[in-house]
Design a protein around this ligand. Sequence first.
Ligand code: SME
Length: 158
Amino acid sequence: MAEDLQIAKGSKAEQYEALVPQIAALLDGEPNLVANMANMAAALKEQFGWWWVGFYLADGPDELVLGPFQGPVACTRIRKGRGVCGSSWASASTIIVPDVEQFPGHIACSSLSRSEIVVPLWNGKEIVGVLDVDSEHLDHFDETDKQYLEQIVRLLRF
Ligand code: SME
Protein backbone atom coordinates (compact mmCIF):
# COMPACT_ATOMS: atom_id res chain seq x y z
CA MET A 1 0.00 0.00 0.00
CA ALA A 2 1.05 3.61 -0.30
CA GLU A 3 2.63 4.79 2.92
CA ASP A 4 -0.14 7.29 3.55
CA LEU A 5 -2.35 6.81 6.56
CA GLN A 6 -6.02 7.69 6.12
CA ILE A 7 -6.90 9.45 9.36
CA ALA A 8 -10.39 8.44 10.47
CA LYS A 9 -12.90 10.59 12.34
CA GLY A 10 -15.71 9.37 14.59
CA SER A 11 -15.90 7.49 17.85
CA LYS A 12 -12.83 5.89 19.35
CA ALA A 13 -14.02 2.46 18.15
CA GLU A 14 -14.64 3.81 14.64
CA GLN A 15 -11.13 5.26 14.58
CA TYR A 16 -9.64 1.92 15.62
CA GLU A 17 -11.80 0.04 13.11
CA ALA A 18 -10.38 2.20 10.31
CA LEU A 19 -6.82 1.97 11.66
CA VAL A 20 -6.46 -1.78 12.29
CA PRO A 21 -6.63 -2.86 8.61
CA GLN A 22 -4.22 -0.09 7.66
CA ILE A 23 -1.68 -1.26 10.24
CA ALA A 24 -2.19 -4.86 9.07
CA ALA A 25 -1.48 -3.73 5.49
CA LEU A 26 1.62 -1.81 6.56
CA LEU A 27 3.02 -4.93 8.26
CA ASP A 28 1.92 -7.39 5.58
CA GLY A 29 4.91 -9.25 4.11
CA GLU A 30 7.46 -7.41 6.23
CA PRO A 31 9.30 -9.71 8.66
CA ASN A 32 11.48 -7.05 10.32
CA LEU A 33 10.22 -6.49 13.85
CA VAL A 34 11.86 -3.09 14.37
CA ALA A 35 10.34 -1.76 11.14
CA ASN A 36 6.91 -3.10 12.08
CA MET A 37 7.00 -1.73 15.64
CA ALA A 38 8.19 1.63 14.30
CA ASN A 39 5.34 1.89 11.79
CA MET A 40 2.82 0.66 14.37
CA ALA A 41 3.89 3.36 16.84
CA ALA A 42 3.82 6.02 14.11
CA ALA A 43 0.36 4.99 12.87
CA LEU A 44 -1.08 5.05 16.40
CA LYS A 45 0.51 8.44 17.12
CA GLU A 46 -0.74 9.88 13.83
CA GLN A 47 -4.32 8.66 14.32
CA PHE A 48 -4.76 9.49 17.99
CA GLY A 49 -2.20 12.23 18.69
CA TRP A 50 -1.19 10.64 22.00
CA TRP A 51 1.66 12.17 23.98
CA TRP A 52 3.89 9.10 23.76
CA VAL A 53 3.47 5.68 22.19
CA GLY A 54 6.10 3.00 21.86
CA PHE A 55 7.63 -0.29 22.85
CA TYR A 56 9.80 -1.64 25.60
CA LEU A 57 11.38 -5.03 24.89
CA ALA A 58 12.67 -7.69 27.27
CA ASP A 59 16.46 -7.58 27.50
CA GLY A 60 17.23 -10.64 29.57
CA PRO A 61 14.93 -12.03 32.29
CA ASP A 62 14.65 -8.91 34.47
CA GLU A 63 14.82 -5.78 32.36
CA LEU A 64 12.99 -3.92 29.60
CA VAL A 65 14.87 -1.72 27.15
CA LEU A 66 13.39 1.08 25.06
CA GLY A 67 12.31 0.11 21.54
CA PRO A 68 10.75 2.02 18.63
CA PHE A 69 8.55 4.90 19.79
CA GLN A 70 6.99 8.23 18.88
CA GLY A 71 7.12 11.15 21.26
CA PRO A 72 9.58 12.81 23.62
CA VAL A 73 12.77 11.05 24.74
CA ALA A 74 12.05 8.41 27.39
CA CYS A 75 13.64 6.25 30.09
CA THR A 76 15.91 3.65 28.49
CA ARG A 77 15.61 0.75 30.95
CA ILE A 78 12.87 -0.46 33.30
CA ARG A 79 13.25 -3.37 35.74
CA LYS A 80 10.67 -6.16 35.78
CA GLY A 81 7.94 -5.33 38.29
CA ARG A 82 8.81 -1.61 38.30
CA GLY A 83 6.51 1.13 37.02
CA VAL A 84 3.48 0.45 34.87
CA CYS A 85 5.54 -1.22 32.13
CA GLY A 86 7.41 -3.56 34.47
CA SER A 87 4.17 -4.38 36.30
CA SER A 88 2.38 -5.24 33.05
CA TRP A 89 5.27 -7.53 32.13
CA ALA A 90 5.36 -9.17 35.57
CA SER A 91 1.58 -9.71 35.66
CA ALA A 92 1.27 -10.57 31.93
CA SER A 93 -1.77 -8.32 31.76
CA THR A 94 -2.87 -5.01 30.32
CA ILE A 95 -2.84 -2.20 32.87
CA ILE A 96 -4.94 0.96 32.53
CA VAL A 97 -3.83 3.83 34.76
CA PRO A 98 -6.41 6.66 34.85
CA ASP A 99 -4.14 8.88 36.98
CA VAL A 100 -0.41 8.13 37.02
CA GLU A 101 0.01 9.92 40.36
CA GLN A 102 -2.19 7.25 41.96
CA PHE A 103 -0.12 4.34 40.62
CA PRO A 104 2.48 3.25 43.20
CA GLY A 105 5.93 3.23 41.62
CA HIS A 106 4.89 4.93 38.40
CA ILE A 107 8.00 5.95 36.44
CA ALA A 108 7.63 9.52 35.23
CA CYS A 109 9.58 9.71 31.97
CA SER A 110 7.68 12.94 31.29
CA SER A 111 6.06 15.15 33.91
CA LEU A 112 3.29 15.93 31.39
CA SER A 113 2.03 12.36 31.24
CA ARG A 114 -1.21 12.03 33.23
CA SER A 115 -2.69 8.67 32.25
CA GLU A 116 -1.35 5.53 30.67
CA ILE A 117 -2.12 2.09 29.22
CA VAL A 118 0.41 -0.73 28.92
CA VAL A 119 -0.25 -3.88 26.87
CA PRO A 120 2.03 -6.92 27.11
CA LEU A 121 3.50 -8.53 23.98
CA TRP A 122 3.12 -12.29 23.90
CA ASN A 123 5.12 -14.54 21.54
CA GLY A 124 3.07 -17.64 22.30
CA LYS A 125 5.43 -18.76 25.08
CA GLU A 126 6.27 -15.72 27.14
CA ILE A 127 5.99 -11.95 27.41
CA VAL A 128 8.67 -10.38 25.21
CA GLY A 129 7.90 -6.71 25.84
CA VAL A 130 5.13 -4.17 26.20
CA LEU A 131 3.36 -1.46 24.23
CA ASP A 132 3.17 1.70 26.34
CA VAL A 133 0.87 4.65 25.59
CA ASP A 134 0.85 7.88 27.55
CA SER A 135 -1.61 10.77 27.46
CA GLU A 136 -1.30 14.29 28.83
CA HIS A 137 -4.99 14.01 29.78
CA LEU A 138 -6.35 12.29 32.88
CA ASP A 139 -8.45 9.13 32.44
CA HIS A 140 -7.79 8.92 28.72
CA PHE A 141 -7.80 5.13 28.21
CA ASP A 142 -10.58 2.59 28.66
CA GLU A 143 -11.71 -0.93 27.75
CA THR A 144 -12.04 0.08 24.08
CA ASP A 145 -8.35 0.98 23.95
CA LYS A 146 -7.48 -2.25 25.78
CA GLN A 147 -9.48 -4.38 23.34
CA TYR A 148 -8.10 -2.77 20.17
CA LEU A 149 -4.51 -2.33 21.34
CA GLU A 150 -4.40 -6.02 22.36
CA GLN A 151 -5.69 -6.83 18.86
CA ILE A 152 -3.14 -4.54 17.21
CA VAL A 153 -0.07 -5.93 19.01
CA ARG A 154 -1.14 -9.44 17.95
CA LEU A 155 -0.24 -8.32 14.40
CA LEU A 156 3.44 -8.41 15.41
CA ARG A 157 5.36 -11.65 14.74
CA PHE A 158 8.21 -12.30 17.19
N1 SME B 1 5.50 5.49 32.79
C1 SME B 1 6.13 4.25 32.44
C2 SME B 1 7.55 4.46 31.99
C3 SME B 1 7.71 4.59 30.55
S1 SME B 1 7.31 6.10 29.94
O1 SME B 1 5.94 6.48 30.31
C4 SME B 1 7.53 6.24 28.31
C5 SME B 1 6.08 3.27 33.62
O2 SME B 1 5.70 3.65 34.75
O3 SME B 1 6.45 2.12 33.42
